[in-house]
Write a protein that binds this ligand. Sequence first.
Ligand code: ATR
Length: 307
Amino acid sequence: MSEPFAQAIDASTRYCAVFGHPIKHSASPAMQNAGLIALGLNWRYLAFEVRPEELREALAGAKRMGFVGVNLTVPHKLLAVDMVDALDESGRLWGAVNTVRFEGRDKTGAWLPLPQFADVAPEKVRAQGFNTDAEAIVRSLREDLGAELRGTRVLVLGAGGAGRVTALKMAAESVGELFLVNRTHAKAASLAAEIRQRHGMVRVSLGYPRGEVDLTINATSVGLRPDDPMPHDEKQFSLRQSRAVYDMIYRPAETKFLVAAKAGGSRVANGLGMLLYQGAKALEIWTGQPAPVEIMRAALTKNVYGD
Ligand code: ATR
């Protein structure tokens, strides 16, 4: 896993990066560099502390210096929508960008990923924005939890950045009924209105469900700190009501929420898979090759949880 790059950095090395604030604890460099090594590419993946007010300048810098692409994490995903030169369907659909690919214009006028320009750098370069988070949620729910979504009853806790994409994606996957809960009720209400408008077939309710649900997803930040309470109101909803429980938090590996869910008999998974699959898809967008997912998973797990 800790195999080194076969080739030392030289003048033809290409770069990818993640921009965030804070960025120090990002596991993306470990995961992505393991992927790059496995693919045998003379590329490197770096991490940069970028404040939101510096994002535009940082993107312009990466573009100017011929970076292959960048990932964006908190707090840049919404801001970047207005900073890229073009939006892929996924970026448009989810209204958030977590992956940027820099592309050059060839002689025919087509936009191609920068690594395809081997010798002469293109005159015109653009940044195209993608979103790989939404697909990653579904892939992780399916692969890590065995969850099929169509027609099911799903409770989503949280209506911030992560909660919004999660709830919209659940609706796009044709769940039967969606329950939304958020500390700030107005945010859940406006999310519910957006879902009703975009996905008229899905029943959306505000508040906790009565009876059983197939899946509960914690998309709040509650659980990141050891002394955090539960992200849900235990008087109004018991995790025993949920067949499967997913916590987007992956550090710690088992939040109180997941421990309780497991003790109550629910199937459980944390958000590491989501981080993995959004990264794997980003790597595929940049390289045009299938990502070495298991190698990336091993590197990610080692970075986050140690040996
Ligand atoms: P992210 O991009 O990770 O979703 P965010 O947009 O800041 O980050 O959203 C954080 C989510 O956690 C929100 O749903 C937030 O609730 P509010 O919309 O009311 O802010 C939720 N959250 C954060 N701290 C919380 C707390 N102490 N109790 C309950 N919910 C909390």
